[in-house]
Design a protein around this ligand. Sequence first.
Ligand code: DOR
Length: 441
Amino acid sequence: MTEYYDVLIKGGTVVNHDGIGQRDIGVIGGRIAAIGRLDAAAAADLVDASDLHVLPGVIDTQVHFREPGLEQKEDLETGSRAAVVGGVTAVFEMPNTKPLTTSPDTLSDKIERARHRMFCDFAFYVGGTRENVDDIPTLENLQGSAGIKVFMGASTGDLLVEDEPSLDRIIARIRRRAAFHSEDETRLRERAGLRRHGDPSSHPVWRDEIAAMIATERLVRLAETHRKRIHVLHISTAEEIEFLGRHKEWASVEVTPHHLTLVAPDCYERLGTFAQMNPPVRDERHRAAIWAGIASGVVDVLGSDHAPHTREEKEHPYPESHSGMTGVQTLVPIMLDHVNAGRLSLTRFVDLTSHGPARLFGLRGKGRLAVGFDADLTVVDMKRTETITHNWIQSRSRWTPYDGVQVKGWPVGTFVRGRCVAWNGDILGSADGEPVRFLEV
Ligand code: DOR
């Protein structure tokens, strides 16, 4: 008897909970309906995936898409184009826009703007502040909210909660896992004089490993006191990896491809202010420790921290230059190159980009390539060698720290709820991204 599917992806090497092996995938109504040998099946849409790997859709749990208010850098449409061309099927977007996303109105405004303009699915973090602390239970539970994000150290934008009593009040009120930019603002202010004009290699001297560690220790202490779940973003130091490994029952850990790939002093010599981000890219000791955190399991997820700024904003002399780099489109190729180089396995990559986000954030119907789940798929060619260029970058800011870098392993196709939205660098179809759904909302 012939089985009929809307979409049938044939002959690909599937990487999922079941291991790695050749399987066909049948999709009905945007969900995975069957996985296995589907020889007798027919479909409206047949996709030949032979010689390709089919991964659960890559979820990037930290991007800055800048809309509203900073559209000279990026907007929700251009950011989502970059995402899907790079193999990313869903993003969690950050609240340091203009206005800040700190209220039900600013959240619903972002969701309205996203509908019919974003190609991938989306959720938006809500900024936790001194002013909205009593509203946190409501803000966490709005549709499309990824939860609460707090900046403990100043970065781009005006969101900052630097004092412990205010942080304590916020952590006491959270119910879902909340995300933190963990650098100690007091120490950053004390050390501001260590920035050397025109020398971005002084960035990690100013924002040193102790500033990161002070904030992370405080955060974990408050989380233990209130028995709450915290998510520590973009970990950049060996000391935090070691410390967080002793506090996994409270803290989940994100690292970025930038901190795994770039290294000081080389990155500042080659890229100057284009390598400047918060927390900074540091030396080899820290990079090696972050890789060790991937191997040991301390690290839960990869986030790109896609933080675009225009070339002009990046070219100001340090320290007037803006902090942040693009990354949503390069996450998959840069990390697949690391897989090919033997630095992590493909199953660990899937754990970091799909299973990890699903486990930490309680995603409804996402993050698992299994029957009944959304048919979000990242189709990759592990043998393809390509050179990343500024020209390939879809982000409005049109630059990448990896211009000219040759990688092996490339995103070929991106399926969001069964629809192919990007294939070989071309955007296909319309922008039908929807809010990610969470178990706890
Ligand atoms: O370098 C950074 N840039 N780090 C952050 O945490 C914020 C980001 C931005 O929004 O530009």
